[in-house]
Design a protein around this ligand. Structure first.
Ligand SMILES: *Cc1c(COP(=O)(O)O)cnc(C)c1O
Length: 408
C-alpha cells in the first residue's frame, strides 16, 4: 500500500472541488475586538477586521471574564489534574454547573469539554439508557448530534428541516409505546433560521417523546438573561434537555447539558465522553461563570447585537447583494459556487483587510456556498460600509449573481 499517495489523493479530491481549507493565521487584539493581526502565508503581518467569529458578543475579551480567568490561575493553577471522578472536580466546576442549571431554569447541569462532546456523548448514551429509543432528528442538525445519534446505534429517523407536519407524520407512524426523542436546534447557524420550539415541544408531548434542544448559537444571545430561544419564547420548561456551548457567545470553551436531576445523573454515570476525559481547567470554568453572570445582567448587549445584525442586513440588501433570509443574528450571503466563494473570501482578506471564511460543502449543500457574516456589538457603521463597498466591487469583478437578476 502506497500510504503517502492515498493521503495525497484524499487531499487532491477536496482541492479539485475547490473546497480545500487553508487556515487564517490570526492574532486578536485584546481590547480592540473585532480587529486582529493576520500573518500572511509569506510571513507578513496585516491588520484585518474579523467578520466570522462565533465570539458573537466579544465576551472573549470582556475584562470581567479575563479577570476571572487570571484570578483562577493565580488561585488554583492551570489544569484540573484529572477526570471529574478522579480529582478533577474543582469548586469552579460545581459553581459553573449551578450557574448553568439556573440559566435554563433546570434542576441540574453537566459540563463537557466541548459542545461537540456534549451532543455526541449525551445522544449516544440516551440510546443506551433507553433501549429501543427512537430518535427523530432534524435533517439540518449539527454533525455532533448526528455523530451521537449514529454512535448510539439505535433507530433514528430524519424529519425535513423545521417541518412539524413531517415530524408528526413520523411520530404518528411509530409504535405508540416506544420511547422517543426529538432532537433539534433553536438557531440553525448556517441559514440563520429559528425552529418553532413551542410547536415542537407540544408535538413531542402529544406523542410521549422527550425533547433535546441544541441552543449552541442562542445561549447568551436570546432571552432577557441569555437563556436562549427557549427563554425568549417562554418554553424552557417544556424542553427536557437543553444543550449549549461555552465557546461561542460566552467567549470561553466547553459544553453542557441541563435537565432534570435524574436524567443528568444518568448521563453523568454512563457517558464515556464525560467519564474518561480530563475536566475543563479551573480558569475556563471561572471565566465561563463570569461570562454567564455578566450576560444574565446585561441585556443591552443583546439589544445592540440584534441592532447591528439588522443594520448589516439592511446595508447589504440595499446594495443588491443576495442576503439569504435570516431571522437571527447570522447574515449569510449566497455565492452558490465553491471556487467563487473561496476566491471572494481570499480577495476580501488580501485586498480589503476583511476576514470572512467561505462556507462550502459539506457544511452546507453544494450550490448554496456562501459567506456567513456574524456582526457583533463591536462592528461599527464604518466597518459595515467598508464591507458593503468591498462586496459590491468583488461581485462586479467576479460576475456573481445579484439579487433580482443573473450576472451577464
Ligand atoms: C459549534 C456547534 C457545536 C459544537 O460546539 P463546540 O463547543 O464548538 O464544540 C454544537 N452544535 C452546533 C449547532 C454548533 O454549531
Amino acid at each position: 500500500m502506497d500510504y503517502k499517495a492515498a493521503f495525497r489523493n484524499a487531499v487532491e479530491q477536496v482541492r479539485a472541488e475547490g473546497r480545500y481549507r487553508v487556515f487564517a493565521d490570526l492574532k486578536r487584539h485584546r481590547g480592540d475586538f473585532p480587529l486582529a493581526t493576520w500573518t500572511t502565508p509569506e510571513g507578513d503581518e496585516r491588520d484585518v477586521v474579523v467578520w466570522c467569529s462565533n465570539d458573537y458578543l466579544g465576551q472573549g475579551q470582556n475584562p470581567v471574564v479575563i479577570e476571572a480567568m487570571h484570578r483562577a490561575i493565580d488561585e488554583a493553577g492551570t489544569g484540573s489534574g484529572g477526570t471529574r471522578n478522579i480529582s478533577g472536580t474543582t469548586h469552579y466546576h460545581v459553581e459553573l454547573e449551578q450557574e448553568l442549571a439556573d440559566l435554563h431554569g433546570k434542576e441540574a447541569a453537566l459540563l463537557f469539554t466541548s459542545g461537540y462532546v456534549s451532543n455526541e456523548a449525551t445522544l449516544a448514551t440516551l440510546q443506551k439508557i433507553l433501549p429501543g429509543l427512537l430518535v427523530f432528528s432534524d435533517e439540518l442538525n449539527h454533525a455532533s448530534m448526528i455523530a451521537g445519534i449514529r454512535n448510539g446505534r439505535g433507530a433514528y429517523q430524519v424529519f425535513r428541516h423545521n417541518d412539524l407536519a413531517h415530524l408528526e407524520q413520523l411520530l404518528k407512524a411509530a409504535p405508540a409505546d416506544a420511547p422517543k426523542l426529538v432532537a433539534f436546534e433553536s438557531v440553525y447557524s448556517m441559514d440563520g433560521d429559528i425552529a418553532d420550539l413551542a410547536g415542537t415541544a407540544a408535538l413531542a408531548k402529544k406523542y410521549g417523546a422527550l425533547t433535546y434542544l441544541d441552543e449552541v448559537h442562542a445561549v447568551g444571545l436570546y432571552g432577557v438573561r441569555g437563556g436562549g430561544v427557549s427563554e425568549r419564547d417562554g418554553v424552557a420548561d417544556q424542553i427536557d434537555i437543553i444543550e449549549g456551548t461555552l465557546g461561542k457567545a460566552f467567549g470561553v470553551m466547553g459544553g453542557y447539558i441541563t435537565g432534570e436531576t435524574d436524567l443528568v445523573d444518568a448521563i453523568r454515570s454512563h457517558a464515556s465522553g464525560f467519564i474518561f476525559t480530563t475536566s475543563l481547567p479551573p480558569a475556563l470554568s471561572a471565566g465561563a461563570v463570569a461570562s454567564i453572570r455578566y450576560l444574565k445582567a446585561h441585556n443591552e448587549v443583546r439589544v445592540r447585537h440584534q441592532e447591528r445584525a439588522a443594520s448589516l442586513k439592511a446595508r447589504l440588501t440595499a446594495a443588491g447583494l443576495p442576503v439569504m433570509p435570516s431571522v437571527s443574528h447570522i447574515v449569510p450571503v449566497l455565492v452558490g459556487d465553491p471556487t467563487h466563494c473561496k476566491l471572494v473570501s481570499d480577495m476580501l482578506l488580501s485586498d480589503h483587510g476583511i476576514y470572512v471564511q467561505p462556507i462550502n460543502y459539506p457544511t452546507v449543500p453544494r450550490g448554496t456556498e456562501r459567506l456567513r457574516f456574524t456582526p457583533t456589538p463591536f462592528h461599527t457603521d464604518a466597518m459595515m460600509d467598508d464591507l458593503t463597498r468591498a462586496l459590491e466591487r468583488l461581485w462586479a469583478q467576479c460576475n456573481i449573481a445579484r439579487l433580482g437578476g443573473q450576472a451577464a
